[in-house]
Design a protein around this ligand. Sequence first.
Ligand code: ZN
Length: 225
Amino acid sequence: MKDQTYCWICKKTADSAEHRIKKSDLVTLHGSGSYKNTLIMFRGDQQIPIQGPNSKIVKYNKILCANCNNNFSQPFDKAYEIFVNYILDNENLVIKRRFVNFRDIYGDEFENGQRNLYKYFVKSFGCRLANDGHLIPKDLPALLSKRRFRTGLRITFSINEDYLDFKFNILANGPLRTYLPLQETRPTWLEKWRYKQYGRTIPLQYISNESFKWLTTWCWYNIQR
Ligand SMILES: [Zn+2]
């Protein structure tokens, strides 16, 4: 029997499987299904047909509890949905300007919307780490309930020009890469803080990305610029 797993956010029993490809993205771009073998997931060398937006193939293992996956993270999911709707409605503008103004997306509540969007990507990134059996940096679950926080996670966006004229609507999880930390003779404040958080021996450096059409969101954990 499979080992009991625990929700990486609250440590209670994990009984809920988060989507690795967001359900609302699948429905927005490809409809509610059935996809009847028209939608394919590429994983390594494999090509696996997706039957519908609730197909097991588009979900992670059970790595969250139902409360964290549904209630607790609902504002984060909502902020993401508002964000991608804005991207879809303003594709040409965003591609031309190469930036987004969060006030245009969330209005006067943009500080809150932007923070919740950040937390959505933290959830997505944490699920990726948990599913693949990697250690979750402590600051990630800790920041989800906070208004102000300090974290090793940087998030950036990029435009994948190869996908601009692509006739398919891509939804993708890029590769998860892990790195050993740089050896430094004198630790920086970030190093000291990191050691305090995790101890010296745990090499927590990750890079991963996810794509919605031509927009790629990157997560850089403990990667120095
Ligand atoms: Zn939980």
